[in-house]
Design a protein around this ligand. Structure first.
Ligand SMILES: [Zn+2]
Length: 104
């Protein structure tokens, strides 16, 4: 189990348990500050503002996390991932295919 954005998997699982009236299952102020929230766009999935899912988050109260820098970074990551998908689909594994560049 690995920690994500300072939250342990255990803690995440705890926060994602179905609500049964236990009001103590709540994000701390610190966690909210870090960028965690249950996202309406994802049917209440607990996500962090650095998660890929955040790209589709439309929650008003998360506006302060939607900085131009972060959105730009997400777009770039998305582009990289798309490219990786295409490379995999074509069976292209090329970082060592630069030999023909030698001696130019
Ligand atoms: Zn959201």
């Amino acid at each position: 189990m690995s920690d994500k954005h300072k939250m342990t998997q255990e803690r995440w699982n705890y926060l994602m348990q179905p609500f049964n009236g236990d009001e103590s299952v709540m994000l701390t102020a610190q966690e909210l500050d870090d960028g965690w929230h249950w996202c309406d766009e994802w049917d209440g999935l607990l996500i962090h503002s650095d998660d890929r899912e955040f790209e589709h988050c439309k929650c008003d109260f998360m506006k302060k996390f939607r900085t131009p820098e972060r959105m730009e970074k997400m777009k770039q990551q998305q582009a990289l991932d798309d490219k990786a998908d295409i490379d995999n689909a074509l069976g292209f594994f090329g970082p060592n295919d630069n030999n023909e560049m030698d001696g130019i």
